[in-house]
Each structure stands twice: as structure tokens, then as C-alpha cells.
Design a protein around this ligand. Structure first.
Ligand code: URA
Length: 240
């Protein structure tokens, strides 16, 4: 963080310039960590998502749109083969088809909210689940349940969790995927809001996974929530 950013934070503890990703300087940058381009459209969506007065309909709308953009970027990691197609006007044109299978694994409960946009992008995606919950005292994750495809080691995996906070749950989910034979290179971790702590931890523990995030926030408060963040994603998306 440079001097200007620091004075900005000290002067206005509760005023953040949303969407500028000034905290992206605090992560160990590499080609496998992708932060979406901060377009005006994305900033509008984030404004809605972060506003405490946003109602459930607006929250779902903004979240779904951002998740769609993230996943669309994530599809660039699925390998393709060239293919020729014949058009209705009589031409042969170059096209592509996916050359490897993929699936998603949602980290319950919030990750499930990301499945809608994935199905909007690719209707037949197989949807796996992992239930890892963090112990509210230690903030460390505990594994409860998983249901994932038997042939997951042959697939690329979109690992879904909208908020990357400490990185504990995501780390445990990645460990489980690796135990099932999934290569780190084939894991595409997709998250709306992340923070330096979470990204740096995943990078240290799993250097070869791919991470796609829409925004990097300042850090964590003493309850393990991302700040400025948006509060509890699951509560706001599911309404309960
Ligand atoms: N999960 C959330 O829903 N919000 C946070 O800020 C961190 C984890």
C-alpha cells in the first residue's frame, strides 16, 4: 500500500472508493490470480451489492450479474479443440468445442447461490457440493459433507464461494478435491469479493490453482468478515 492509500484510509475509515481495487497491491500477484476489469458496469453492480439498503431482489440481481461475468472469464480456463462448422449460408467456418469435461463444486451454503449463473452460461453443468463450516470461535473450517462426481479427477472444477475471507473453507475444499485426484491446475476458484489474507493463504498452500475474483477488499474484521465487504452474503442472497 502506498502513502496516499494509507492516508486515505486513516482519514476516512468508513469511506472507501469502491471498485478501484487499491488493495490488490497487497496480494502476491501472478498470472493465475485474475481480478476482473473494474468497468463502470461492475462498479454500478457492486454499489448495489454493498449498499446495506439494497433489498433481496436487487441484491440477487447484482450478485447474479457479477457471478455471470466471473464465470464467463472462468470458462477461458477450459481447454478447447478447433472445430469446423458448416453454416446455413453454405460456408465452412472455424469454431471451437470444449475438449475436457468440467463441473462445479459449491462450498455450501453461499456457493450454491453461484450455480444459477453457471447454469445460465452452460445448462448441463454437473453441480457438486461441499459443506465446510467455520467454527465461529477459532474461525477454522470443519468438514461436514460432500457430494461430487465420481470422475472428478478427469474434470476441470469451478470451485464456488462468493466471499474469500480467511481462506480456511476454500483451503479445506481444495484439499478434499486434491485427495480425489483433481490437479491444482484444473481448479478454478471463483469468488466475488476477496481480501489479501485469503488470496495470499490460498496462493501459499496451493500455488497452482486459478483464482478469479471481482474485487479485492481491505481485509478482515475481528469476526472474520471482509471489510468493507457486504455483510453475510448467504443471509442477504437467501433472505435467511
Ligand atoms: N462470508 C460472508 O458472507 N461474508 C464475509 O464477509 C466473509 C465470509
Amino acid at each position: 500500500m502506498n502513502f496516499l492509500q494509507l492516508t486515505f484510509i486513516i482519514k476516512s475509515k468508513f469511506l472507501y472508493k469502491l471498485g478501484d481495487n487499491m488493495f490488490s497491491e497487497m496480494i502476491e500477484k501472478d498470472a493465475k490470480t485474475i481480478v476482473l476489469e473494474q468497468t463502470a458496469f461492475l462498479k454500478v453492480l457492486f454499489g448495489k451489492l454493498r449498499d446495506e439498503n439494497t433489498n433481496i431482489e436487487q441484491f440477487r440481481f447484482a450478485a447474479d450479474r457479477i457471478i455471470y461475468l466471473l464465470l464467463q472469464r472462468g470458462f477461458d480456463f477450459i481447454p478447447v479443440n478447433p472445430k469446423m462448422v458448416h453454416t446455413a449460408t453454405g460456408f465452412d467456418v472455424d469454431a471451437c468445442e470444449f475438449s475436457q469435461d468440467f463441473c462445479s463444486v459449491a462450498i455450501l451454503r453461499s456457493g450454491e447461490a453461484m450455480e444459477k449463473s453457471l447454469l445460465d452460461l452452460w445448462k448441463t453443468t454437473i453441480l457438486g457440493k461441499i459443506l465446510v463450516q467455520r467454527d465461529e470461535e477459532t474461525l477454522e473450517p470443519k468438514f461436514f459433507f460432500s457430494k461430487i462426481p465420481k470422475d472428478i479427477s478427469k474434470r476441470h472444477v469451478f470451485l464456488l464461494d462468493p466471499m474469500l475471507a480467511t481462506g480456511g473453507s476454500a483451503g479445506m475444499a481444495i484439499k478434499l478435491l486434491k485427495e480425489q485426484g483433481v490437479l491444482e491446475e484444473k481448479i478454478i476458484f471463483v469468488t466475488l469479493i476477496s481480501c489479501p489474507e485469503g488470496i495470499n493463504r490460498l496462493r501459499r498452500e496451493y500455488p497452482n490453482i486459478n483464482i478469479i475474483t471481482a474485487c479485492i477488499d481491505e481485509g478482515l474484521n475481528d469476526k472474520g468478515y471482509i471489510v468493507p465487504g457486504l455483510g453475510d452474503f448467504g443471509d442477504r442472497y437467501f433472505g435467511v
